[in-house]
Design a protein around this ligand. Sequence first.
Ligand SMILES: Nc1ncnc2c1ncn2[C@@H]1O[C@H](COP(=O)(O)OP(=O)(O)O)[C@@H](O)[C@H]1O
Ligand SMILES: [Mg+2]
Length: 433
Amino acid sequence: MRVLLIGSGAREHVIAETFKKNKDVELYSFMKSKNPGIASLSKDILIGSYSDLGGITNFAKQNNIDFAFIGPEDPLNEGVVDELQENGISAVGPTKLMARLETSKSFTRELVEKYKIGGNPKFKVFTKEYIDEIKEFLNEIEGIVVKPDGLTGGKGVKVQGDHFNTKEEALTYCREVLESHASVIVEEKLDGEEFSLQCLTDGKTVIAPPPAQDHKRAYDDDKGQNTGGMGSYSCANHLLPFLKKEHIDKALEITKKTADAIYKETGLYYNGVMYGGFILTKDGVKLLEYNARFGDPEAMNVLPLLKTDFASICQAIIVQELNRIKVVFEKKATVCKYVVPEGYPDAPIKNEKVLVEGNGKAKVYYASVDEKEDGLYMTGSRAIAFLGVGDNLEEAEKIAEEAACSVKGRIFHRKDIGTKALIEKRVKHVGSF
Ligand SMILES: Nc1ncnc2c1ncn2[C@@H]1O[C@H](COP(=O)(O)OP(=O)(O)O)[C@@H](O)[C@H]1O
Ligand SMILES: [Mg+2]
């Protein structure tokens, strides 16, 4: 079986590893920059731009690809799935229109509202013509969150108390957003604990893997800037310490109803990953957003636990027979920790050498590193992810922490991810509602 994998981060490294558990899979990888981990698992690679849809399609055709799997959101937004399909190549991942689930936060909020799915906070979408009405709405909500309606690489959402304080500042940011985006979403700020449920779907059947919790802030104890994600964990019982089964059931129910709503709205079945970013609040589970692909780091929490052949799952998604596959995840705990360059995320050092020893126990996934003749160099973003897998969180955390500590160079990582102290804080937060 010949699979085209698009993407070059640690998320795609773990996707590649997951495909390669099946010896019959040959991987062909299209990357933005060369990931040494993905390259070593691939039969052939091509480096290029995600907007070069012709180049991607030619690479697929030359290698007689059976199907493509798309890792990141950018190629989805470029319409790579549409282009592949027009050339007779199947893909796991939504078309440009369907990827609006991620690329347009107004599309998703309005869909969830229209089909009475539940889980939305109070929200309103504004275009430039209605800028004067924003002020009114700001008076109707308790705390304020402002979201640009489009991809911003995780850097567009601003939350009152974190990024701004007053209503005037919120309004100023709304105006700024409307300079570069067609619309802006203003919504009520929710208080709670966030979790990710990265469902797989063929549009009819929705399958939930274990939930995971990411850590966006750069430093220990959730201090510092927001980042792409410094690490994440998942638990052996496939819940999280602050989540009950009913909460996961609710998140899955919202996702199933959303998949149905997409079909009703467009007449088309969504195909690929529906990653729900949820938050458990005093009023239950609420939806923050959907992403149209796996999370990075959260892909590393779930894919290594997959016991079912991933290529078979993908093929079932393509022929819309996911209902026939029993998808099983191991009952293990996982902790993922990213090692990042000094100065990340604002002013990361670049072209600095990094020495990875590992501890022989943690899984190692490469992200922003460049392999030169004399070793690995960091290129400025999150560099290397380490994953500990164990019977419980304590064991998994120890493995990941030890491995992260073994890295030599001008780097740092969060020591607190997956530790008892931080988990207790999360549980206490939910208990205080
Ligand atoms: N309504 C909300 N209330 C409180 N915090 C929110 C809300 N919406 C988003 N956030 C915070 O902002 C982060 C980013 O928002 P999200 O909708 O996930 O957009 P993106 O991931 O595209 O930046 C979330 O992880 C969450 O911490
Ligand atoms: Mg998010």
